[in-house]
Design a protein around this ligand. Structure first.
Ligand SMILES: C[S@@+](CC[C@H](N)C(=O)[O-])C[C@H]1O[C@@H](n2cnc3c(N)ncnc32)[C@H](O)[C@@H]1O
Length: 202
């Protein structure tokens, strides 16, 4: 292992420990906390849709911010162990429909915030990985179009490459402001980046 890769793993380990100390289920929770600290885009009382929510780190962080009068709704094709006052549906995004958002006989749509920390299982075969990410981004964009309110905010993970440019075009077309975020807790050698779209256009 080279000196710089050792430093990267040491840093990643620090963030894993930090997440564990605070009782978060994922190291990713720290990434969301960092972006939230900078942009303050999740507000108390907000309704948040967390796409690819399992094991639940982002849902935990969002739940702390929105408080008792807010609402978190997680979606994942993998099961997520229950989290107090977080709603969850065990489905792939491609199968989501409006009726999934019935809570206590009331439809809770639309959301104030849509989050996506989804990534495909990377194979290392560039064309295959790009195609998988492309397919997921189509589903995510559909969720934003259908389930996010006008003026709402979306945060999406994407990997640098063709998909990044495509998502940027979508975000710039559909949001008033677009910001690129690479939190310190995201590994420096990882191509992952987060795009934040503020103020969904009509
Ligand atoms: C990096 S993890 C999310 C971690 C989460 N933000 C946290 O803090 O705990 C990505 C998740 O996306 C989910 N996922 C991937 N493709 C999906 C799809 N098409 N529909 C729903 N969930 C998907 C995976 O099952 C995985 O749990």
């Amino acid at each position: 292992m080279t000196k710089s890769s050792k430093a990267i793993y040491k840093k990643a380990d620090t963030f894993s420990k930090l997440a564990k100390t605070h009782g978060y289920r994922s190291r990713s929770a720290i990434k969301l906390l960092e972006i939230q600290k900078k942009d303050n885009f999740i507000k108390p009382h907000a309704k948040v849709l967390d796409l690819g929510s399992s094991p639940g780190g982002w849902s935990q962080v969002s739940n702390e911010i929105v408080g008792k009068n807010g609402l978190i709704f997680g979606v994942d094709k993998k099961i997520m162990q229950p989290l107090k006052s977080v709603h969850f549906v065990n489905k792939g995004l491609e199968n989501l429909c409006e009726s999934d958002f019935e809570v206590l006989n009331e439809n809770i749509l639309p959301f104030d915030v849509v989050l996506s920390d989804i990534a495909p299982n990377i194979s290392g075969i560039r064309d295959r990985d790009n195609a998988l990410m492309d397919a997921i981004l189509i589903e995510i964009r559909q969720c934003i179009d259908n389930f996010l309110k006008v003026n709402g905010t979306a945060l999406c993970k994407v990997f640098h490459g063709e998909n990044f440019d495509k998502l940027m075009i979508y975000m710039k077309t559909n949001f008033q402001k677009v910001k690129i975020r690479k939190p310190d807790s995201s590994r420096a050698n990882s191509k992952e980046t987060y795009i934040l779209g503020v103020g969904k256009k009509k």
